[in-house]
Design a protein around this ligand. Structure first.
Ligand code: GTP
Ligand code: MG
Length: 704
C-alpha cells in the first residue's frame, strides 16, 4: 500500500533481518494446492510464505510482506472469530491513532482484505522496540477480545443485516435495467483502446494523508488494525453475499447504470475555472528491480528542493555507515529498516514535487517480483508512468527476461491500469559510456514489446540518463558523451504529459486504500483517490461493502485540511456516525444513491500474459481488483476470443494459454466491491496472479 514519504525521520535500525534470498520461482499454474507446501511449514502458529519465505502469523491468510495468498485453497473461513478478532493496542501516542495503512499496509497487507495482522509482522517493519510493544499489546488485546468478540460480532451482524435491508430496499425501489449487459464486443487484450485507453484515470495519488506526527504514530501501531478488519470484513461480506445471492447486487449495479444519466452534480462539485493552477499528476515509477527507481525519485526530490541539503547529508552518512552508500538517494523513499538493509523497495512510497505544469505525486514502486501486488495497489492510481530500465550490460536483459524480469510485467500492468503515456528512462547510461548504440539497441528491443502492449509511439518518450551522475534529469545533459541526444530532459518530458481527464460529473466513488482509526477519539478515516464525483464536509457517504451510511466530518488532502475534494484528489475522509470496524481497505465509499455492486461470481474477459502457463477450469488464482484481493477459482471458460477482432473463436475450451483472450467466470472466496468495466473502469479492472506472478489481466464484463 502506498505510504507517504517522511523525510528526515529517524528509524530504529537495530533489527535483525534475514538475508534476502532471491529464489527462482518457476511459474506454474497449480490446480491442486491443497496443502501448504514444504516451505510453508506451520510451526508454532507461524507459516512460511512460499514466495518470500517470511514467517507469518498463522491467522494471516496472505503473506504480510509480499501479499501472496497463503495458498489459494486455504479456506479463510477456517479462521475463527477469535483469531481474526480486532486487537486492541496501546498505541504509544496521545492521539491513540491506529492505522490500517501507511507503513505496514504498504506491505500489501491491505490489499488482502482478510488479513489479520500479526505482531511478528510489525517487528520487521517497526523495529525491535516497537515490535516488543506490539507483542505485548497483542497479548493484552487478544485476551480482552475473548470476552467481547462474540458480542461485537453479533452486533456487527445486526447492523449489517439492517443495512442490507436498507440497501435492498433502495435497490428495488430503483428501476433495474437489463443492461448489466456485457462489454461491447471488441478486443479484450491490453492493446484494445476501448478497454485500456482509460481517459478517466483521473489524477492524484494519496497525497500525504496526514501530518508527520500522526504518520509516525500510525507506523508504530499499524499492526493492530488488520485483526479487526479481518474479522469485521469477513462478517460484512458474508452478509453482503446474501444480498448478492438474492440478486440484489445485480439490481444495485443496474440501478447505478440507470441513474448515471440522471445524475446531476451539484454546483460545488464542479471545479471552478481559476482553481488549481497546477494540475495533479500521479506518476508511477516502475521497472525491474534495482533499475534505479528510488534513486531517481530521491534525486529528483533533492534537485527540486523537496529534500534539504541537511537531510541529504544525513542519508549519505547513514547509508555509508551501513555499507550502502550508493543507496543514499533511495533512502529518502525506502524508509523502513528492512528496505534499507536489503537495498530494495518493498512498498510504494509517495512523495511530491512541482514541475512547471504539474503537482506531481510520485509513486515509487517496488521492482522485485515478490512485491508486484504492492506495486499494483499503488500504481493502479497512476495517470502516467516512468518505466525505468537499467542500461548496463546484462541488467536490461535480466529485466526483459520473460520469467524473472519485471520490465515487461510492469509495462503490461500499467498499460492495463489505463496508463497510456509513459517515459522510458534509460538509466545508468554512465555504465555504458553513454553509448548511443546501447541506447538504440534497448529502444528497439523494448519498443516492439511496448507496442504489443498497446502503447502508441507518440505517447512514449525515450530519455537516456544517469541518476548518479545527474545527467538529463532537470536540465540538458552536460556530459559530452551524451551530446548525440537532442530530446527533452526528464522534467521537461514530465511536463509534456497530457493532463489527466477527471470524472467530476459522476456520482462519488472512492476505492478505499487505507483506513486510519483513532479509537480513543472515535474517529475513522478512509483514504483513497476519488475516482469520480466530489465530497465535502457534511456529505453523507455510503460505506461498502458494509452498506452503512456515514457522514464526512472533515477531509485532508496533501497533509492539509480541505473542505471539498473532487475527482482525482487523493484524500483522507474523516467519517463519523459509523463503527470504525465497518470501514475497510478494499471497500469503497460511494454516493448513497449509487451503491457499488458486491460480487462473488464474475464474468471476465481476460488476456493471459506472455509466458504464463495455461489457466484451466478449476485453477486457483489470486484475484485483484482496485484495492481488494481475494482467492478465486476459475469456474468456467466460456469462450476463446480472437485477440484482434474480439470474436468468439471457440466455445468452452478446456484451457487458455499465453497470449490468448477468453471469457471466463470466476468464483471468489468472499465477495468484493466490483462493477462492470463498461460502467466503472476503476472498479472493473482485474488482475489474476498465482505463485507470485501476474498471469492475466482483464475486465469485469458481468456480475453473475
Ligand atoms: P527496487 O526498488 O528494489 O526495485 O530498486 P530501485 O529500482 O529502486 O533501485 P535503487 O534506486 O534502489 O538503486 C539500485 C542501485 O542502482 C543503487 O546502488 C543505485 O546507486 C544504483 N543506481 C541508480 N541509478 C544509477 C545510475 O544512474 N548509475 C549507476 N551506475 N548506478 C545507479
Ligand atoms: Mg526502489
Amino acid at each position: 500500500m502506498p505510504r507517504k514519504v517522511n523525510y528526515g525521520v529517524d528509524y530504529d535500525d537495530d533489527d535483525d533481518y534475514d538475508d534476502y534470498d532471491e529464489y527462482d520461482y518457476g511459474y506454474e499454474v497449480e490446480e491442486n494446492v491443497e496443502a501448504p507446501s514444504e516451505e510453508e511449514t506451520i510451526n508454532h502458529g507461524v507459516w512460511r510464505c512460499s514466495i518470500c519465505t517470511y514467517d507469518n502469523d498463522a491467522t494471516l491468510s496472505a503473506c504480510d510482506i509480499c501479499g501472496v495468498l497463503r495458498s489459494p485453497l486455504v479456506n479463510n473461513s477456517t479462521y475463527d472469530g477469535k483469531k481474526t478478532a480486532p486487537f486492541k493496542f496501546d498505541v504509544p501516542s496521545p492521539d491513540d491513532v491506529v492505522s490500517n495503512g501507511l507503513r505496514s499496509s504498504k506491505l500489501g497487507s491491505k490489499a488482502n482484505i482478510f488479513d489479520s495482522k500479526s505482531s511478528k509482522v510489525s517487528s520487521s517493519v517497526v523495529g525491535k522496540n516497537e515490535a516488543a510493544k506490539v507483542q505485548l499489546s497483542t497479548k493484552r488485546s487478544g485476551s480482552s477480545y475473548d470476552s467481547t468478540a462474540k458480542d461485537k460480532h453479533n452486533r456487527l451482524d445486526e447492523i449489517i443485516s439492517s443495512k442490507n435491508l436498507e440497501v435492498d430496499a433502495l435497490s428495488s425501489s430503483r428501476n433495474s435495467d437489463n443492461s448489466s449487459a456485457s462489454m461491447p464486443k471488441g478486443r479484450i487484450d491490453i492493446v484494445d483502446e476501448s478497454i485500456v485507453v482509460d481517459n478517466l484515470r483521473s489524477s492524484v495519488k494519496r497525497s500525504s494523508l496526514m501530518p508527520k506526527e500522526i504518520h509516525n504514530m500510525v507506523d508504530d501501531s499499524s499492526s493492530s488494525r488488520n485483526g479487526g478488519e479481518a474479522h469485521s470484513l469477513t462478517s460484512n461480506v458474508k452478509n453482503m453475499s446474501l444480498a448478492a445471492k438474492s440478486g440484489h447486487s445485480k439490481d444495485t449495479s443496474a440501478g447505478r447504470a440507470n441513474s448515471y444519466a440522471q445524475y446531476k452534480p451539484e454546483e460545488w462539485m464542479l471545479p471552478e475555472k481559476a482553481e488549481d493552477s497546477l494540475t495533479q499528476l500521479n506518476l508511477a515509477i516502475v521497472g525491474h528491480v534495482d533499475s534505479g527507481k528510488s534513486t531517481l525519485s530521491g534525486r529528483l526530490l533533492h534537485l527540486l528542493g523537496r529534500i534539504s541539503q541537511k537531510e541529504m547529508h544525513k542519508y549519505e552518512k547513514e547509508s555509508k555507515l551501513q555499507g550502502k552508500g550508493s543507496f543514499a538517494y533511495a533512502w529518502a523513499l525506502d524508509e523502513s529498516a528492512e528496505e534499507r538493509e536489503r537495498g530494495i523497495t518493498m512498498t510504494v512510497a509517495v512523495a511530491y514535487f512541482d514541475s512547471k505544469r504539474y503537482h506531481v505525486v510520485v509513486l515509487d514502486s517496488p521492482g522485485h517480483k515478490d512485491f508486484v501486488p504492492n506495486m499494483i495497489t499503488g500504481a493502479t492510481q497512476a495517470d502516467a508512468a516512468i518505466l525505468v530500465v537499467d542500461a548496463s550490460i546484462g541488467s536490461f536483459e535480466a529485466g526483459m527476461d520473460g520469467a524473472k524480469g519485471q520490465t515487461r510485467e510492469h509495462a503490461q500492468l500499467i498499460r492495463s491500469f489505463g496508463v497510456d503515456q509513459i517515459i522510458v528512462a534509460v538509466n545508468k547510461m554512465d555504465t555504458v559510456e553513454y553509448s548511443k548504440n546501447r541506447f538504440d539497441f534497448l529502444k528497439s528491443q523494448l519498443w516492439t514489446f511496448l507496442r504489443s502492449c498497446g502503447f502508441k509511439d507518440s505517447s512514449v518518450s525515450w530519455i537516456p540518463l544517469s541518476v548518479v551522475e545527474n545527467q538529463n534529469l532537470v536540465a540538458a545533459p552536460s556530459d559530452v558523451r551524451l551530446s548525440w541526444y537532442h530530446g527533452p530532459y526528464l522534467l521537461d518530458a514530465i511536463d509534456s504529459f497530457q493532463p489527466p481527464t477527471r470524472d467530476f460529473s459522476k456520482p462519488l466513488l472512492i476505492p478505499i486504500c487505507d483506513v486510519i482509526r483513532s479509537p480513543s477519539q472515535g474517529q475513522v478515516s478512509a483514504c483513497g483517490k476519488l475516482e469520480a464525483g466530489a465530497v465535502r464536509s457534511g456529505s453523507k457517504v455510503l460505506v461498502m461493502p458494509s452498506a452503512n451510511i456515514a457522514t464526512v466530518r472533515s477531509l485532508e488532502r496533501g497533509s492539509q485540511a480541505c473542505t471539498i475534494a473532487r475527482a482525482g484528489d487523493n484524500v483522507a475522509v474523516n467519517l463519523h456516525g459509523i463503527d470504525g470496524n465497518l470501514v475497510l481497505a478494499g471497500g469503497v465509499l460511494c454516493h448513497p444513491d449509487f451503491p457499488v455492486a458486491i460480487a462473488k461470481h464474475l464474468e471476465l474477459k481476460v488476456l493471459v500474459l506472455d509466458g504464463a502457463t495455461p489457466i484451466l477450469i478449476g485453477s486457483q488464482l489470486e484475484f485483484h481488483i482496485h484495492h481488494a484481493k481475494e482467492a478465486a477459482r476459475v469456474a468456467k471458460i466460456s469462450s476463446l476470443l480472437d485477440s484482434k477482432t474480439g470474436k468468439v473463436t471457440k466455445k468452452a475450451p478446456r484451457c487458455i494459454v499465453a497470449k490468448q483472450s477468453a471469457v471466463v467466470e470466476v468464483i471468489l472466496h468472499e465477495p468484493v466491491c466490483a462493477e462492470e468495466f463498461s460502467k466503472c473502469k476503476a472498479l472493473g479492472r482485474v488482475f489474476l496472479r498465482t505463485l507470485g506472478r501476474t498471469v492475466a489481466v482483464g475486465i469485469v464484463t458481468r456480475i453473475v
